[in-house]
Design a protein around this ligand. Sequence first.
Ligand SMILES: [Zn+2]
Length: 235
Amino acid sequence: MSLFLRVTATCTKCGKAAETELAASVNADRREDLRDAIIDGSFQSLTCSGCGAAIRLPAHLTYIDINRGQWILVEDTDRLDQWYVAEAEATALYDQAFGRFAPPLQRQIGAEIDARVVFGWTALREKLIAKQAGLDDGILEVLKISVLRNVPAPPLNDRTELRLIDVAEDGELLLRWVNGLTEEGIVDLPLNRELYETLAANLGPWEELLADVRKGLFVDMNRLLISPPAQGMAA
Ligand SMILES: [Zn+2]
């Protein structure tokens, strides 16, 4: 079931309040239109009636598409720094719904589902597009890392993220550096899909890295860049 909550959003530019609906869960099996809106960027977008500014509501929802095998906890970009907390929450939610604490029938369904946690609309979009194009999201993250190693000066800092934006008919993968907080695009990086296929066929040297990227529900290179606080340290 898709669930929306009535909320009052306030324009950050002019302060005008607007009544709107905030998505708490999206079921793409029943609402293909919502999936389309996530991909075209119109989902949870509105225009301020006071000043015309574009407003994108913060993300905090579960997204499910049993048909395509996706369950995703979507959190706002400002939680990225604490991804390990959100990942633990996502794991607990998923375990109850389709994982080890779910009823047998649900667990059976869950066996075909990739569970993930993402931060922001661009990261959610990326997972939907990758799945649709038949790309393994873990390998895609390793591809990003391998590309970054070969770019002289990538515009990478703690506020930029490299995201898959589109997969063209001819197979070209369009990646884009985006501002991690505002999700605005910075610069495009188109890649030939052959790079992905070559990497996927020769994972040997990348296996350790791939295992690290896939260690939990946050399948993202950022889990290697942003370290959780050390555990088990003596007080
Ligand atoms: Zn406004």
